[in-house]
Ligand binder design. Structure first.
Ligand SMILES: Cc1cc2nc3c(=O)[nH]c(=O)nc-3n(C[C@H](O)[C@H](O)[C@H](O)COP(=O)(O)OP(=O)(O)OC[C@H]3O[C@@H](n4cnc5c(N)ncnc54)[C@H](O)[C@@H]3O)c2cc1C
Length: 454
């Protein structure tokens, strides 16, 4: 449908959201210009360098399907069936995410994904300008300044979309003319990436089809598989405070000692542990809140530029991709761009806030709860209630990762369900003494069936 032929839109950032949105809008007849500060990763390699991977779930996959980009992406994806939990001193154990292999998530390389999306955007007709960093915007004159190849250029625009990530320059420019209610809550924990290379015969060194977790209370390690048979390991721990924290583990030797003590089974898997620890930066994690995402019809923010979140639900990109579909739909159906931006923000703000909240909560679940007895009993009950009440009692993780109901609805239902699980298992060590009749009645009274379920 070419209803927007002749209308032009300028996107800042050719990262994950910017390229998917460019594809969706170019396919719908918009003239799309995209400015990206980095070089073209097809020519120079991905600027992120090593394989950094992301968990792709149904929400993101659905958005990729809308743009026809899913097949290219899935060729490089590695299935993750569940969490492989590595307890201290015990054997690893797989906790499935869903009921079977139809309920899984996928590990994909950020660089490869970005390249597939860049190619898709160009094939759809978008014009991508690499090595062009947004510097300044004049919203009245509708001009912007980009810097690249050693000089500045001024360009005109009809309307701008900020897909330029958590440190968005467009957001900073909007803040100069309008108070957007911006605030960032930094987590007092950070992260460090390490790598498990392939085994001597070029194979995965540990179970490939799982997201590995080493939960250790106030800190943890995770590892996600890459299609080139490596794993990206991420150590999360506090910046400051009692051991271990980044303050008490200042160098490679201290990191090796921490791993020998706490993640002993991982030590032989990470031959460059000391070098990786010293070479790779310590990442910061935060949640960005805004009261307003758009400047009437002149500019709007999406993805991390609008609502960066901590990574513990693996949903930041998934949420950004949902944003792209929602924005394209509003632009299709609204009478003008200002109405489309306002409608988009009104629809997506409560959902972004819900997943930001769930992402923060999930850190505690991952680092502290997955190997505790209460949690496992509640998880067992959750699965039984799902079987007894299909379409009505749906595990929290399933609502977020395998379904597309709004995040805000998933959060509200999860809170009711958690109450049910906690009350029903209080004082129990097995499910043998659960009072099923009362419990079933409670589920029916407190939870409406969902109109659709997988
Ligand atoms: C450690 C970690 C693990 C994560 N794991 C997951 C996961 O498993 N699953 C998941 O769904 N999400 C995950 N995320 C979140 C995910 O990375 C982000 O939500 C996602 O990248 C957001 O996409 P975006 O396009 O909004 O921003 P980005 O991917 O950051 O893209 C922004 C783009 O804008 C460009 N840019 C920046 N400034 C300018 C400028 N001034 N001019 C022009 N271009 C500019 C950048 O170069 C970049 O290409 C994780 C995040 C972290 C930190």
């Amino acid at each position: 449908m070419d209803r927007r032929t002749g209308q032009s839109i300028t996107i800042i950032g050719a990262g994950l959201a910017g390229t998917l949105l460019a594809t969706l809008l170019a396919q719908r007849g918009w003239q799309v210009e995209v400015f990206e500060s980095r070089g073209d990763p097809r020519l120079h390699g991905y600027a992120g360098g090593r394989s950094i991977n992301l968990a792709l779930a149904e929400r993101g996959l659905h958005a990729l399907r809308q743009a026809g980009a899913d097949l290219g992406v899935m060729q490089q994806a590695v299935m993750m069936r569940g969490r492989m939990v590595h307890p201290l001193g015990g054997e690893p154990e797989l906790q499935r995410y869903g009921r079977d292999d139809s309920e899984v998530i996928w590990s994909i390389s950020r660089g490869e994904l970005n390249i597939v999306l860049i190619e898709g955007a160009e094939a759809a007709g978008a014009n991508l300008h690499f090595d062009r960093r947004l510097e300044q915007v004049d919203f009245d004159a509708r001009t912007l300044q980009v810097r690249g190849d050693g000089h500045d250029e001024t360009r005109t625009f009809q309307t701008l979309v900020g897909a330029d990530g958590a440190g968005s320059t467009l957001r900073a420019q909007m803040l100069r003319v309008q108070d957007l209610g911006e605030r960032t809550e930094w987590l007092d924990h950070g992260y460090k990436e390490l790598e498990i290379p392939p085994g001597p015969h070029g194979d995965f060194r540990i179970e490939a089809n799982a997201l590995h977790i080493w939960p250790r209370g106030h800190y943890m390690c995770i590892a996600l598989p890459n299609d080139e048979r490596t794993f990206t390991v991420t150590l999360f721990m506090p910046h400051e405070g009692p051991h271990p924290s980044f303050a008490t583990v200042p160098d490679g030797a201290a990191a090796l000692a921490l791993f020998q003590e706490q993640f002993a089974d991982a030590v032989p898997l990470i031959p460059m542990l000391e070098e990786d620890y010293e070479r790779n930066p310590t990442g910061l994690l935060g949640t960005l809140y805004l009261d307003q995402w758009n400047l009437d019809g002149r500019a709007v923010l999406l993805g991390d530029a609008a609502h960066a979140m901590v990574p513990f639900h693996g949903q930041g990109m998934n949420c950004a991709f949902e944003d792209c579909v929602a924005l394209a739909d509003h632009l299709d159906s609204a009478p003008d761009i200002a109405t489309a931006y306002a409608g988009f923000a009104q629809q997506r703000m409560p959902d972004a806030a819900a997943i930001q909240h769930m992402a923060l909560e999930n850190y505690i679940e991952m680092r502290d709860r997955v190997d505790d007895r209460d949690y496992r009993l509640q998880r067992a009950l959750e699965l039984q209630l799902q079987a007894r009440h299909p379409g009505r009692f749906i595990p929290h993780y399933s609502m977020v990762s395998f379904m597309r109901i709004p995040y805000s609805q998933a959060l509200a239902r999860s809170e009711v369900q958690r109450g049910i699980l906690v009350r029903a298992t209080a004082g129990l060590t097995t499910l043998d003494r659960v009072g099923w009749a009362k419990l079933d009645a409670e589920v029916v009274a407190l939870l409406e069936p969902l109109p659709t379920h997988p």
